[in-house]
Design a protein around this ligand. Structure first.
Ligand code: GUN
Length: 284
């Protein structure tokens, strides 16, 4: 039976480490501050933002939520970002995506100061990730790396297969695995022989967005299987991109959904905000 990687416990440990550092910073008069912009009333985005705010408060950050109506214009949104870019008490800025129709995600990402871009979505930060001298790690892929590290799994020399090529997960995930000397293959919807490639993986990361896409026949015995998906199955139950019940007996280690990668994404957002606060205050 596979090692079940407990993302909830690992994220809690990481949050504890962050909270301890916040105490030290506060003693020096610095309180890390995160501003989260939410435009419109998408229920999933509202939940994500609420969870981010709550996590910030729990580790002692200053957290500010800016709720804007779906009718907000591009200019109004960019003006909000600009004001936050200039505030000394705000070290990190996050605009929850996707934005309502009519607003341009990429223009908003480009407007956030790269120093405060705790999502690591800005082209300047993406470039830093490509060359391996990043100040912020993208939250979900960095969360996956923490799960791998803290489970005692080495990436060096392993064949790592990433299914999915999004800018948020697939592409940066491949870069972080490559930085640790993995041999990386990126698969996507047009990949031929996907199951064969997946079967060669020592570390398989599924970020497809399709319920139970990864089946038992796609997994090598003993492989580490990381599930980034958050989907609903035919009964409306939360599930990942991996058919957990079928794959768990074959894998060497596996993340569940919920309780795997999900809690790590927010923990890494906190870590990036802490890093931003330290950098902006010249703290090593
Ligand atoms: N929407 C879904 N995931 C994310 C994320 O990690 N950051 C932002 N800003 N929006 C998202």
């Amino acid at each position: 039976m596979a090692l079940r990687i407990d993302g909830k416990a690992i994220a809690a440990a990481l949050r504890g480490e962050i909270a301890a550092e916040v105490e030290t910073l506060k003693a020096r008069g610095i309180t890390p501050g995160l501003a989260v912009i939410l435009v419109g009333e998408d229920p999933a985005s509202q939940t994500y933002v609420r969870n981010k705010q709550k996590a910030c408060q729990e580790v002692g950050f200053y957290a500010e939520q800016i709720d804007l109506p779906a009718t907000t214009t591009q200019e109004e949104l960019l003006a909000v970002v600009d004001r936050l870019n200039h505030r000394d008490d705000i070290h990190g800025i996050l605009c929850q995506l996707p934005l309502p129709r009519g607003l341009d995600d990429s223009a908003v990402i480009a407007a956030i100061s790269p120093d405060k871009d705790v999502d690591a979505f800005h082209a300047e930060n993406v470039g830093h990730i490509m060359i391996g001298d990043q100040r912020f790690l993208p939250c979900t892929p960095a969360g996956v790396m923490e799960l791998i590290h803290r489970s005692g799994i080495s990436v060096e020399g392993k064949h790592c297969v990433v299914i999915g090529r999004s800018n948020i997960v697939g592409k940066p995930m491949a870069m972080l695995l490559l930085q640790e000397n993995g041999t990386v293959t990126i698969c996507h919807s047009r990949t031929k022989g996907l199951a064969d490639i997946c079967r060669q993986a020592d570390i398989l990361v599924a970020a497809v967005g399709r319920a139970k896409f990864v089946t038992a026949d796609m997994v090598k015995a003993g492989a580490t299987v990381i599930d980034v998906g958050i989907n609903r199955d035919e009964n409306g139950k939360l599930c990942g991109d991996v058919d957990f019940a079928a794959v768990e007996p074959i894998a060497g280690a596996i993340t569940p959904v919920p309780g795997g990668v999900g809690p790590m994404t927010i923990a890494l957002l906190l870590k990036n905000t802490l890093t931003a606060a330290k950098q902006q205050n010249g703290v090593e």
